[in-house]
Design a protein around this ligand. Structure first.
Ligand SMILES: [Zn+2]
Length: 717
């Protein structure tokens, strides 16, 4: 029942499914600075076409705080009315109104969430610090409401004998277990203690992510000597120049402290000392011993999580978190991770040997260090596969690839996309499309916010502004994709990297999961599925990027319009498992540290020491850092959502790799029957069925993790 966003996986505020409710008595009582709540646009049902769209252009920041106070009170009144209902508890008088409760708050949270993720400047950080703990308290208020829980429990006890659909059974079972897992059965003293812990955690999570943002803003590597640009492609130099200009130093070049700046610089810059400086800045985020240092917060977060898990009757936080997932236990996740880990390490040895050979040849005296890995890997790619991604980039136009992914969604699911104009947006970069089905019937609305800017979180993510449901009226989905591509200067075409193109298709897979949802109850809609299953629909969508159908039509040269030459396509295909040692190891190191931190119980943990010692025990190669080091590991410390959950990407990828072989075996990724089955068993069903069952129906059997190893080019034993 929790709500979250993907890939970026940042703040995941936990709320219950919400629905429109106009609470006139509260409206009459509350007034703020002469403004009545009926004037506060944030509290109104959304106006406009398609059942209403977010009112981006009329948001007033000053309205947020009073709006939250009002919407929280209104939501609690709705839940209390359900709890106080005089009739004996049934699905219809308990769960149906719960599915409808809190819609006003849900709409408000949608708008606020975009401000904290995409527009986090000015007063927003302070507002976030103030509002997030209130939402934590509110969430606890619901799970700790005894009369409400009694009704949920009573319906839960009817499951065996009563008349329920499969989806209803799953909904009741999930709600009951979620309430218990969140403390519904604790005594009142423990409930109060739990609420205090959650509130403190909410504050620490916000501080954590604000600190990382500060270190991303605060550390810029400046270049004033043109000679230091040696090796960098023009597109990277241009981006560095505009970053410097934006910061008021047009005579210099700037490497900002984000992945999208760091990665290309380390890949191409000849100047080794500068590579080291950029590397250290990036991997020291949250770990600089100053006021933005996250280590003390992490120790406290871990302690609080361990105490909470104990109070709730679980061995550790990891056990508590894993219970509602597909993996179910920490052991199952460790087993999968440790199956892949030694193979990744073995591959890293080979990769480092290849790189060292080139270094010995070209730069005698250099021993491969972490800031050298990307640089020499790129050289190996050229030597071994004759593949230079700078030759690929002119064929990767953001707009053409977007058309390509829409075209593929049309081939697979019959979806059509039509640009909408005159729709309110929260930034001039944002564009909006109406999505229809093969018959032209309305399906939903898709927003795209593609470009990096100050105050926008790094990475890429999908959010749903409104989830699909057919409970009492048809509510069509509104979803968005958000990323940090670097926009070309005015009048030029925006080109993206191959990795960016993969990300584009990945996030669109999440969007399709939201758009194609066809369920009755909102809390089971679209992407509201287990954390370790939700990446499956997005990862599988990545596969359509590299189909010849998409590449031949949409990967066309930005100047000549020619499709990518077959020779280049062949090289990309051949190099598809290149550098998988690095990619898998940097990811798995983070996933293993996450799990081990949360299996450590209430031990005193110094994050730096724990990280160093655990990695040494695991045999982590010295040439590679974790993808996310502990002090800036926002997935696990900016909310609970991915904590003891970073393994999810690997878990989902095991499903993805195995499922993709269905299309491989058909000889085409456009096989109609396979696409229909993917739609029926995965894309449309949300959380109405057990994900393991959905997968089984699509694949014809349980997952075989050997496909995961094959996909990464590792030996299967
Ligand atoms: Zn994702």
């Amino acid at each position: 029942m929790t709500r979250f966003r993907f890939l970026g996986g940042f703040t995941a505020l936990v709320f219950f499914p919400s629905v429109l409710f106009s609470h006139s008595s509260l409206m009459a009582q509350n007034e703020n600075a002469g403004q009545t709540f009926s004037d506060n646009v944030l509290l109104q049902p959304w106006a406009g076409p398609f059942g209403g769209l977010p009112p981006w252009s009329s948001v007033r920041i000053a309205d947020f705080e009073p709006a939250f106070d009002h919407a929280i009170a209104a939501t609690q009144a709705e839940y209390q009315a359900i709890a106080d209902a005089p009739d004996p508890p049934t699905f219809a008088n308990t769960f149906v109104p719960m599915e409808k409760a809190g819609r006003m708050l849900r709409r408000l949270e949608t708008v606020f969430d975009v401000h904290t993720s995409n527009l986090n400047v000015g007063p927003i950080p302070d507002l976030e610090r103030s509002i997030v703990p209130k939402l934590s308290e509110h969430s606890d208020w619901i799970t700790q409401n005894e009369k409400l829980f009694e009704r949920i429990e009573a319906v839960y006890e009817q499951l065996e004998s009563g008349d329920f659909t499969v989806a209803q059974k799953r909904l009741v079972d999930d709600a009951y277990k979620t309430f218990v897992r969140k403390g519904a059965k604790l005594n009142s003293a423990d409930k109060a203690k739990l609420s205090q812990i959650n509130k403190r955690l909410a504050r620490l999570f916000t501080d954590f992510s604000q600190n990382v943002l500060e270190d991303e803003k605060g550390y810029v590597t400046w270049i004033d000597d043109e000679a230091d640009l040696a090796g960098l492609p023009d597109s990277v130099v241009t981006a560095m120049k505009s970053a410097a200009t934006e910061k008021g130093r047009p005579d210099q070049w700037a490497i900002t402290n984000t992945r999208s700046s760091m990665d290309p610089f380390l890949t191409y810059a000849k100047n080794r000392q500068l590579r080291e400086r950029v590397w250290r800045n990036y991997y020291s985020r949250g770990d600089n011993g100053d006021k933005y240092d996250n280590n003390a917060s992490i120790s406290e977060i871990l302690k609080l999580r361990a105490a909470r898990a104990k109070m709730l009757g679980y061995e550790t936080h990891a056990h508590w978190r894993l219970e509602p997932t597909m993996a179910k236990t920490p052991e199952a996740t460790m087993e999968l991770m440790l199956r892949v880990w030694p193979k990744a390490l073995a591959r890293v040895k080979e990769e480092v040997a290849d790189m060292q050979a080139i270094a010995d040849d070209e730069d005698p005296g250099v021993t491969i260090e972490p800031w050298d890995y990307r640089y020499y890997a790129e050289k190996v790619r050229k030597v071994k596969y004759d593949l230079d991604f700078n030759e690929v980039k002119p064929y990767l136009q953001l707009e053409k690839l977007r058309e390509g992914m829409m075209w593929a969604a049309g081939e697979l699911y019959g979806l059509q996309f039509k640009t909408l104009s005159g729709i309110p947006v929260f930034h001039p970069d944002v564009r909006v499309w109406e999505v229809t089905d093969a018959d032209g019937e309305h399906v939903g609305v898709w927003y795209l916010d593609p470009y990096a800017r100050e105050g926008k979180r790094s990475g890429a993510w999908m959010t749903d502004y409104r989830e699909q449901s057919t409970m009492d009226e048809v509510r069509t989905p509104i979803v968005s994709n958000n990323s940090n591509f670097v926009e070309a200067p005015e009048g030029e075409v925006t080109l993206i990297s191959w990795d960016d193109a993969v990300t584009l298709f990945h996030e669109f897979g999440h969007a399709l999961h939201g758009l194609l949802s066809d369920v009755k109850y909102p809390s089971q809609s679209g992407t509201n599925v287990a954390r370790d299953y939700v990446e499956f629909p997005s990862q599988i969508n990545e596969h359509w990027l590299s189909t010849p159908e998409v590449l031949n039509r949409f990967a066309v040269h930005y100047q000549t319009g020619d499709p990518m030459p077959q020779e280049l396509l062949d090289k990309i295909e051949k190099a598809s498992t290149f550098n998988q040692g690095f990619g898998t190891t940097e990811y798995l190191a983070s996933a293993l540290i996450d799990m081990k931190l949360h299996l450590a119980g209430d031990a005193d943990i110094d994050p730096d020491v724990f990280e160093r010692e655990t990695l040494a025990d695991l045999g982590m190669p010295e040439e590679i850092p974790m993808r996310h080091r502990t002090p800036h590991f926002a997935h696990i410390f900016s909310s609970d959502s991915y904590s003891a959950g970073y393994y999810s990407y690997l878990w989902s990828d095991a499903l993805t790799a195995d499922a993709a072989e269905v299309f491989e075996d058909k000889g085409t990724y456009y096989d109609k029957e396979a696409a229909q089955s993917l739609y029926e068993n995965v894309m449309s069903v949300g959380d109405t069925i057990d994900p393991a069952e959905g997968f089984r129906r699509f694949r014809g059997r349980d997952v075989d993790t050997a496909a995961l190893l094959r996909k990464r080019g590792f030996p299967v034993d």
